[in-house]
Every structure is written in structure tokens, then in C-alpha cells.
Write a protein that binds this ligand. Sequence first.
Ligand code: ADP
Length: 162
Amino acid sequence: MTPTSTAAENKRVAVFPGSFNPFTVGHADIVCRGLELFDRIIIAVGINTAKHTDGGETLLEPIRRLYAGNSRVEVASYSGLTVDFAAERGARFILRGVRSAKDFEYERDMAQINRQLSGIESVLLFSKPEYAAVSSSVVRELRAFGHDVDIFLPKPDDSTDI
Ligand code: ADP
């Protein structure tokens, strides 16, 4: 950081990338705790343009609604490399969550590659024990079998400005 850096450059912006299909209480907890570390978080929903014919709007819309009252959180879609998206948006950090040793191995490799590619640092937060078993894939499966999945989905209270 040089003494001539502008206020905007000094802001700590992190991209929180993922599939978020759907966005769960575990994801919301990572955003909430990430806001203690960063000035702004961009929740970046990775879109496969061939698969998401609506541009991912069905995934993005509930997350946007959740954070509508939080000026420090932005919700965006992207396709391509996360580090390219982060650089485009002036973010120097990637935020990720770790639930298990399996997540850890994967996240460590990705963090290493991303830093080599771009110098962008990854910040990993361990999930709270009560959320460690929550995954989007479990929520999708329960939904497919007609189960109520409300307990796994964040409420507006989980997203207020801190
Ligand atoms: P991806 O397909 O990129 O893993 P996900 O939407 O599954 O996308 O997850 C996005 C990020 O959130 C990942 O870093 C993942 O480890 C983390 N994550 C997912 N579920 C939880 C949870 N229950 N607690 C904490 N972190 C989580």
C-alpha cells in the first residue's frame, strides 16, 4: 500500500464465490463473519451460461432479497475464472468456507493456484459446528423429496448491516 493510495483502494473488498444452489445458513454465516474482516463482500454466483438459461436469476434473486438492506454486501453473477472476476471488481481477497478436511484440501489447492495466478489472497473461515453438515446438495435432495428445508435457508435477520 503506497501513501498515495485512494480511500477506495484501501477498502478491503472480498469476493465470496460459489454455486449457492441454494444459498444456505452456512453461506450466510460465512458472509456475516466475513463482514468483521472486510469492508465489502461481493457474493459471486458462478454461472454456467449453457446450464443457467435465465442468467442465474433464480439463484441470485433470493440472495439479493436477503441482502437488500445491507449496503456492504453485493450479489453478482459471473462466469469464467474467479480471480479474473475479483480483479475486475477491484477485490484483493477471496472468501471461502471450510466444513471438513475434504473442503480444506480442495480450498488449499485452489487458494495456492489463485495466489500464483493473480496474487489474490484467499481467506478461509471454518464453519460453525452447527452448520458443518449443511450443504446445498443436501438441501436440493431434501427439496426433491418434498421436505421442508426452511431451517437450512437464511432469514432476513441473518443479513442485517453490522
Ligand atoms: P462451490 O461449488 O464453489 O463449492 P458452494 O455454493 O457449495 O460452491 O460453496 C461456496 C463456499 O461456501 C465454499 O467455500 C464452501 O466450502 C462454503 N460452504 C458451503 N456450505 C457451507 C457451510 N455449511 N458452512 C460454511 N461454509 C460453507
